[in-house]
Ligand binder design. Structure first.
Ligand code: NAD
Length: 429
């Protein structure tokens, strides 16, 4: 099928590439000319495992191309996916101006029947507004359908998730676009759930809020574990083996972050409020998440006493492993809080150094993980990159003023660390 994607970011580039990989003809559009130029010249603007190879292959085989022109994308395709940002506004509601702008651009370029699919995460009822906008700004009298197709991929596993989804959700207002949408997603051999548009939009916010809730739940359990001497990982394993609960998203730590959970949670709370429901449960999820960071900082201050002028090595800047994305990263927030207290930071991340430099101007970026501890008073693990487990602990112990490790992601074995002379503090253990 001929498909265009408007917005070539984490979601748009992965979507477009994975569509091309199963044989669709794809045009990826972005208003960022530098990004399109980079992609055209064989570069890649984000780190995502396996993505670069797939982009190269599908571009070389002529199924994937890049342009800054929405009109070109609309002309070239029957189905147009919208994958632009839906950032939060200061009051927690969603800034839908990108979606509205794209709907207008699509409308003014349409000359025949198109299926316009919203893949961005949007509040319930946005589909109606998109349809209204297209109707209003369409120059000719053309028919179209608006579809909601929320995206569930995880950064760091985006290609894998897109190619093997648990389910595909398609929200429609009529049967007309269903067959084409089934053809688009048929090659992925996943269950396809067809719903009304409102339900599809709600599924995304309900799913992300539930996952955030799971993280806050285990973080709350970690507080009880610390107060009793229990081990949160053992508790998580014990409850996670219950098939009704599941082990995933039960890792205690610094709390959730990233470009989706915090904003989607705020958005869902706000939408519920506008619909007359005070979603107190989700406000509590937010509160627990905020407190988790405070508790960790307190743990650091209790051990180091004064943070001012303490040299602290930070391992991990991305909001989670396997990505270069630092948007709303708990690791970045932690660094900013430590800098504010007057600490001196030496930081490292396997993939997110470039993106972090823009937001952490006062930190020293260290190119080699094993050089981070040099002269430090303490180390912090802030992102769960598995390679941090390969840190040369023997060397670290010798080059630090004192071997103290704050493990915000429970990567290391506490008993082992203590046996090797470390003062070791983790979360809920
Ligand atoms: P992103 O910022 O990585 O990418 C968005 C892209 O859209 C950018 O490249 C930007 O230049 C482009 N853009 C903005 N306005 C445009 C316009 N008018 N015309 C053409 N291009 C335009 O964002 P993202 O992380 O890909 O998220 C996109 C949407 O998908 C959001 O609604 C997000 O909530 C949702 N989502 C994200 C993830 C994730 O893990 N990142 C997962 C599921 C859903």
């Amino acid at each position: 099928m001929e498909i265009s994607i408007i917005g070539t970011g984490y979601v748009g580039l992965v979507t477009g590439t994975c569509f091309a990989e199963v044989g669709h003809q794809v045009t990826c559009v972005d208003c960022d000319a530098a990004k399109i130029e980079l992609l055209r010249s064989g570069g890649i603007p984000i780190y995502e495992p396996g993505l670069k190879e797939l982009v190269e292959k599908n571009a070389a085989e002529g199924r994937l191309r890049f342009t800054t022109s929405t009109r070109e994308g609309v002309d070239a395709s029957d189905i147009i996916f919208i994958a632009v940002p839906t950032p939060p506004l200061p009051d927690g509601s969603v800034d839908l101006s990108f979606i509205e702008g794209v709907a207008r651009d699509i409308a003014s370029a349409m000359t025949g029947y198109k299926i316009v699919v919203d893949k961005s995460t949007v509040p319930v009822k946005t589909g109606e507004k998109v349809a209204e906008t297209i109707q209003r700004y369409c120059k000719a009298r053309v028919e179209f359908d608006v579809v909601s197709n929320p995206e569930f991929l995880r950064e760091g596993f985006a290609v894998e998730d897109f190619m093997h989804p648990d389910r595909v959700v398609i929200g429609v207002a009529s049967q007309r676009p269903v067959k084409a949408m089934q053809e688009v997603f048929g090659p992925y051999n996943a269950p396809i759930i067809v719903t009304d548009i409102h339900s599809a939009e709600l599924i995304k916010h309900a799913a992300n809020s539930f996952l955030a809730l799971k993280i806050s739940y285990i973080n709350a359990i970690s507080v009880v574990c610390e107060a009793t001497g229990a081990n949160v990982q053992e508790v998580a394993n014990g409850i996670g083996m219950d098939a009704r609960i599941g082990r995933r998203f039960l890792d205690a730590g610094l709390g959730f972050g990233g470009s989706c959970f915090p904003k989607d949670l705020s958005a869902f709370i706000k939408i519920s409020e506008q619909l007359g429901y005070d979603f107190r449960l989700l406000r509590e999820v937010q509160r627990i998440n905020t407190e988790q960071m405070e508790r960790f900082l307190k743990k650091m201050a209790d051990t180091l006493w004064v943070l001012k002028e303490k040299k602290i090595g930070v391992l991990g800047l991305a909001f989670k492993q396997n990505t270069d994305d630092v948007r709303s990263s708990p690791a970045i927030e932690l660094c900013q809080r430590l800098l504010k207290e007057g600490a001196v930071l030496r930081v490292y991340d396997p993939k997110a150094m470039e993106k972090a430099k823009a937001v952490l101007k006062e930190a020293t970026f260290v190119a080699d993980m094993n050089a981070v501890p040099d002269g430090c008073d303490a180390l912090v693990v802030a992102t769960e990159w598995p390679e941090f487990k390969k840190l040369d602990l023997e060397r670290a112990r010798n080059v630090m003023t004192h071997p103290i490790l704050f493990d915000g992601r429970n990567l290391f074995d506490g008993r082992e660390m203590e046996r090797h002379g470390w003062i070791y503090k983790s979360v809920g253990r």
